[in-house]
Design a protein around this ligand. Structure first.
Ligand code: PBG
Length: 334
C-alpha cells in the first residue's frame, strides 16, 4: 500500500461526508422566479422557445405567487406584456397598465410573504421595442428615457412593488429613479440595478415571451461581451447612485464577471439565468443528451459558487421543490 499524506478522496466517500464538506448550498430563499403577465388573457399561454414557462393571466399569476410563498422562494420578478404599445411606452406608468395592475393583485394576495419585484424598463411597452424613447434620428435618448423611468418607478411603487428592477442600462438611471422615489415618499422602495447587463444573444427566447417588436439590437446601451472593466465601472456607478442590490446578466456565460463583482460589492449581488440559458438546458434534455435536473441544479450551484447571493431563474419553483428536505417521520429508538 502506497503511503500518501494527501488523499482528497477521503472526504468524498459517502453522500453524508460530501454534504458535510460542501462549501456552497442553495436555498429556496436564494431564488427569484421571473414571470410574465399578459394583458387580456384568461388562461396561461405557453411560450414555444421556453417549454414549461408561460405568459400568465392575472388569476394564474396570483396562483403562482401563492405557490412561490409555499415553496419559500425569495421573490417574484414580474414582466408585463401589454395588448397595445406606443412610441413612449405609455402603458408602463399607467396605473391601469398590465404590469401595475398585476403588481397590485399579487401584492394583495401575498402581502409581505414574498418579495414582489417589477421589471423597470420600457421595451415591453414601446412599439419600436427599445428600452427607452427615441430621438428624432431614431437613437435611444438617454435623458428623456430617465424621465419615463422615474414615472414608471412611482407607478410601480404605488402599485405595491417592493423592489424595482432597472434593466434598461441608461446612464444615471439608478440615481434618477432613487431621487424620484424619495421625493414621492417611497424611501423604502428597493432598487435592484441590472448593473452589468450584456448585449446578449441569450435573451432570444425572452423576446418571444414578451412578444418583442425590436428591430436591430441593444448594443448602444447594453455592454459588449468582450469587456470586463466596464462592468466594474457600471457597478461602481450604480453603487454610488444608491443601488441596493446589483445584478450581473446573463449568468453562466459571465461567471467571471459575477465573481469579480461579488468581490467588490458591499451590497448583495444577484445574477440572472436568462431565457437562452434555460432554453439550452431544456433543448438538450428534450433530446436526451443531458440529465435535465442534474444540469439545472449544477448550473444554479455554479452561479451561487461564483458569488451570487440571489439568483433569478425560470427554474426557481422546481429547484425549490427539489431542495425541500423530505419530511421524515421520526424513527422511534429501540
Ligand atoms: C429588458 C429585459 C430583457 C430581459 C430581462 N429584461 C431583454 C433584453 O434586454 O433584451 C431578458 C431576460 C431573459 O432573457 O430571460 N426589459
Amino acid at each position: 500500500m502506497e503511503v500518501l499524506a494527501q488523499r482528497p478522496r477521503r472526504l468524498r466517500q459517502t453522500p453524508a461526508l460530501r454534504a458535510l464538506v460542501a462549501q456552497t448550498r442553495l436555498h429556496p430563499a436564494d431564488l427569484v422566479l421571473p414571470v410574465f403577465v399578459r394583458e387580456g388573457v384568461s388562461e396561461a399561454q405557453p411560450i414555444g422557445s421556453m417549454p414549461g414557462v408561460v405568459q400568465h393571466g392575472l388569476d394564474s399569476l396570483v396562483a403562482v405567487a401563492r405557490e412561490a410563498v409555499t415553496a419559500g422562494l425569495g421573490g417574484l420578478m414580474i414582466f408585463g406584456v401589454p395588448a397595445t404599445r406606443d412610441e413612449s411606452g405609455s402603458g408602463a406608468d399607467d396605473p391601469d397598465g398590465i404590469l401595475n395592475v398585476a403588481l397590485r393583485r399579487v401584492r394583495e394576495a401575498v402581502g409581505d410573504d414574498l418579495v414582489v419585484m417589477a421589471d423597470l424598463c420600457l421595451d415591453e411597452f414601446t412599439d419600436h421595442g427599445h428600452c427607452g424613447v427615441l430621438d428624432s434620428q431614431g437613437r435611444v435618448d438617454n435623458d428623456r428615457t430617465l424621465v419615463r423611468y422615474a414615472s414608471m418607478a412611482l407607478a410601480q411603487a404605488a402599485a405595491g412593488a417592493q423592489v424595482v428592477g432597472l434593466s434598461g442600462m441608461m446612464d444615471g438611471q439608478v440615481g434618477h429613479v432613487r431621487e424620484a422615489l424619495d421625493r414621492g415618499g417611497f424611501t423604502d422602495t428597493i432598487i435592484l440595478a441590472y448593473a452589468a447587463k450584456y448585449a446578449s444573444g441569450f435573451y432570444g427566447p425572452f423576446r418571444e415571451a414578451v412578444e418583442s417588436t425590436l428591430q436591430g439590437d441593444r448594443s448602444t446601451y447594453q455592454q459588449d461581451p468582450a469587456n470586463t472593466t466596464e462592468s466594474l465601472r457600471e457597478v461602481a456607478l450604480d453603487l454610488d447612485q444608491g443601488a441596493d442590490i446589483v445584478m450581473v446578466k446573463p449568468a453562466l456565460p459571465y461567471l467571471d464577471i459575477l465573481s469579480q463583482v461579488a468581490q467588490m460589492s458591499p451590497v448583495p449581488v444577484a445574477a440572472y439565468q436568462v431565457s437562452g440559458e434555460y432554453a439550452q438546458i431544456e433543448a438538450a434534455a428534450a433530446h436526451g443528451w443531458i440529465d435535465r435536473e442534474r444540469v439545472m441544479m449544477e448550473s444554479l450551484i455554479s452561479i451561487k459558487r461564483a458569488g451570487a447571493q440571489i439568483i433569478l431563474t425560470y427554474y426557481a419553483l422546481e429547484a425549490a421543490r427539489l431542495l425541500a428536505p423530505n419530511p421524515q417521520p421520526p424513527t422511534p429508538s429501540p
